[in-house]
Design a protein around this ligand. Structure first.
Ligand code: NOJ
Length: 750
């Protein structure tokens, strides 16, 4: 037996023993619980102050307290801070009959107090270690504030830039999204869940929420099985395989069945086929919403549908706690199913070590020391730099010279300290981001920097539950911007969306620069063409004019607490950008959904020269910036693409290698990407599919051989019955620095 194997077995043994021991404890506890206490474990209440959904119409604070005292609550959300968590945990532990501790859930999505880049931005780093670290830091801070459960990672694949929650995921690709999902789960949960700084993670939203029709949030979803199995489900499966403890279902329906009431998704696929043994939590009141969807006539029916379907916990819906006990008595839900749900919830509580010490996450000292530590800010800065994507650098305006340049910084967002925190930053204090203006001031000693707000874009103060008001009419600030630009060597314009213009319930029908920013950009361009456009946005934007005219474009998303420092380091070349887009940027909103792994149609090319092919009469089919695109201050060359076999059997694997050389004048990092095409399939296959990537650091002049392995896991696909097929035939291989790759080869699978 090899050392590695032996070690694996030894390491597994305590885990298996611990699992059995927990199962025994859970069974003994379950045996003494009343029906109401069991239902109580399935009840998740919002706390009494922060709210992350519509305010409940019923269930006031008094009722919640009474339910807590009776042991009719299994978990709380939006209760944070050691003092508050301790106070509520004390009720559960000391005042209820069985003293079962509560879970405390919170949307720790991109940081807790120290805010890292929005998840889509982090995904642009293609750096799994950095993404894992970012989630680790978030878990350390959240756990120090009493939280033991995060409602993250969001692993919804989306191809629709109109949908505001694109900002919260890892983009459009299932293979890449699966890797990011695993990194995030590992970051939150760590290697040992009983440690006081690891927390349970939650893959959401199960399933297909990213495919809401027309990109409008909470809308209906109709997709075929092929898309469900090959595009939607893989990141969830990857999260389950990395032992994620919880899964959240979704607000949408899927082909006419509400996800919360979907037995196929929750029982057949998740729990039975995949063997998921954690628990499923509803989304905010999504059990109640089954009634509004018209799939249940009242709360009783909604409770029955959801519980039978496999939804184990009701988030702020108040439906289970009101209805489920009666429905069990009426035999509408089998008690065995109820026991299964409660067993799953109690198991997670045991696994977190809450029965050993319910106050495990309540340490004032840690709370003071950990939250906002210097180390966490350093990690946030590192992540922010890695998330920036250099989209265009045609005239080599970047990096900026260290001295002798007159720089005009323009744009309301450039001085904004709130917007860069992004959407999900509930625990962060307002206005705590380092703005781009501050970042540049920190960096610019010898250059002269002037700041001009230019046109007003965002009016008044916005927050998590209100709409952003945009100025569409008052153009007076444009002339200030033009004046400032006239006197500058370089103009840096920070334009884009406010952090609260993407995220939940923030769908858009336009993908342009909100307000009068486009007008200002064009007016400035007339007097000074040396523009560096720094984009802030939580979704792909369609900016064809900018792509055509502006020589330098930097995608800076919303980068969190350290935004300004990260942007300044990249603009000045102290950090060489290496990010790559995890989403396709369209030319026009009319192209959406636009994604790189589209399918060939019967009429994809204009062979005949007539109009009868799959195209638009007013726009190209191609994207503005493709998936995987991102430049560096240096250049990279790909050559010597080799595969070790020209034909391979279905059970074997092939090795693909390529030489990557840094041919420019700076050290830098490049994400080498490998795509395949299954040329002929029993189902139509995408024109390309990402199946490998590696982030490689190369000093200038340095070369490295990058190697990828392709086997069954990479070469197959799911058919419409959910069966995984690996079909013999021709495969194309494409390797390069974006989805518009440079090198090609082929092999045969036989
Ligand atoms: C609704 C969102 O869809 C979900 O992602 C979030 O975790 C819950 N609200 C709780 O805040």
């Amino acid at each position: 037996m090899s050392g590695v194997l032996k070690q694996g077995i030894e390491n597994d043994r305590p885990k298996i023993n611990a699992k059995t021991a927990i199962a025994k404890k859970v069974d003994s506890l379950l045996a003494i619980m009343t029906l109401e206490e069991k239902v109580g474990q399935m009840n998740l209440y919002n706390g009494f102050w922060d709210s992350t959904g519509p305010a409940p119409k019923e269930g006031n604070a008094k009722t919640k307290y009474e339910h807590l005292q009776k042991g009719w609550v299994g978990a709380m959300l939006n209760v944070r801070g050691v003092a508050s968590v301790r106070k509520i945990q004390k009720i559960a532990v000391e005042e209820t009959r069985l003293g079962i501790p509560l879970l405390f859930g919170y949307d720790v999505i991109h940081g807790y107090k120290t805010i890292s880049p929005i998840p889509l931005a982090e995904a642009a780093s293609w750096d799994m270690a950095a993404i894992e670290k970012s989630a680790r830091v978030a878990a350390i801070e959240a756990s120090a504030a009493g939280i033991n459960w995060t409602f993250a990672p969001m692993v919804d694949i989306s191809r629709d830039a109109r949908w505001g929650r694109v900002m919260e995921g890892a983009g459009e690709d299932p293979y890449y999204g699966s890797h990011v999902a695993v990194a995030r789960v590992q970051g939150f949960q760590g290697t040992d869940l009983t440690l006081p700084n690891t927390i349970a993670a939650c893959a959401k939203h199960f399933a297909a929420y990213g495919f809401v029709e027309a990109g409008r949030d909470y809308n209906t979803v109709s997709i075929g099985n092929e898309t469900l199995y090959n595009t939607v489900l893989p990141p969830f499966k990857a999260a389950v395989d990395s032992d994620i403890k919880t899964v959240m279902n979704a607000f949408n329906d899927l082909n006419g069945v509400t996800a919360t009431g979907d037995q196929f998704l929750q029982r057949d696929v998740l729990k039975n086929a995949w063997g998921f043994n954690g628990f499923v939590v509803s989304d905010w009141a999504s059990v109640t919403e089954i009634i509004y969807w018209g799939q249940a006539k009242d709360k009783a029916e909604a409770a029955v549908l959801a519980a039978n379907a496999g939804c184990d916990m009701d988030m702020e819906g108040h439906v289970y706690i009101e209805q489920l006990a009666n429905m069990i008595k009426a035999d509408k839900v089998k008690e065995a199913l109820l026991d299964d749900a409660v067993r799953r919830i109690l198991t997670v509580k045991y696994e977190l070590g809450l029965f050993d010490n319910p106050y495990r996450y309540c340490n004032e000292q840690l709370e003071k020391e950990q939250i906002g530590s210097v180390e966490h800010h350093a990690a946030a800065l590192d992540m922010a730099k890695k998330s920036i994507v250099l989209l265009k650098n045609e005239t080599k305006l970047l990096p900026l010279k260290k001295k002798g340049q007159k720089i005009a910084l323009i744009g309301q967002l450039a001085a904004d300290k709130n917007s860069p925190l992004g959407n999900w930053r509930l625990a962060a204090d307002d206005d705590t981001a380092i703005s781009v203006l501050e970042g540049l001031q920190n960096h610019t000693n010898s250059n002269s920097l002037t700041y001009t707000k230019g046109v007003d874009v965002f009016m008044g103060k916005t927050n998590f539950v209100t709409e952003v008001t945009v100025n569409e009419t008052d153009a007076t600030g444009i002339k200030d911007a033009v004046k400032a630009a006239k006197n500058a060597d370089v103009v840096i314009m920070v334009l884009g969306e406010h952090g609260y213009q993407s995220g939940e319930a923030r769908s858009r029908t336009e993908l342009d620069l909100p307000g009068l920013q486009q007008e200002m950009l064009e007016a400035v361009y007339k007097v000074n063409k040396n523009i560096v456009l720094v984009l802030n946005n939580g979704r792909p934007l369609a900016l064809p004019w900018a792509e055509k005219h502006i020589p330098t474009i930097v995608e800076a998303w919303q980068l969190g607490t350290q935004t300004g420092n990260a942007v300044a380091q990249v603009l000045y070349g102290d950090y060489n950008p290496s990010g790559k887009l995890p989403v396709t940027f369209p030319r026009s909103v009319g192209q959406v959904p636009l994604y790189y792994n589209y399918k060939m149609t019967g009429r994809s090319t204009n062979n005949e020269g007539n109009v009868f092919w799959s195209h638009y009469i007013d726009e190209k089919n191609t994207p503005l910036f493709p998936f995987g695109h991102g430049l560096s201050y240096t250049t990279f060359k790909y050559d010597n693409l080799t595969i070790d076999k020209k034909s391979v059997s279905v059970d074997d694997s092939i090795k693909v290698s390529v030489t990557l050389t840094n041919t420019g004048n700076y050290d830098g990092s490049e994400v080498a990407q490998l795509y395949i095409r299954d040329v002929v399939g029993s189902l139509v296959r995408p024109v390309k599919e990402l199946k490998g990537f590696e982030l490689v650091h190369l000093k200038k002049g340095e070369s490295k051989t990058v190697q990828f392995t392709l086997g069954k896991k990479e070469l197959g696909f799911y058919n419409n019955k959910g069966e995984y097929l690996v079909e013999p035939g021709d495969f194309e291989i494409m390797v390069g620095g974006s989805s518009e790759t440079v090198l090609k080869s082929r092999f045969v699978l036989d």
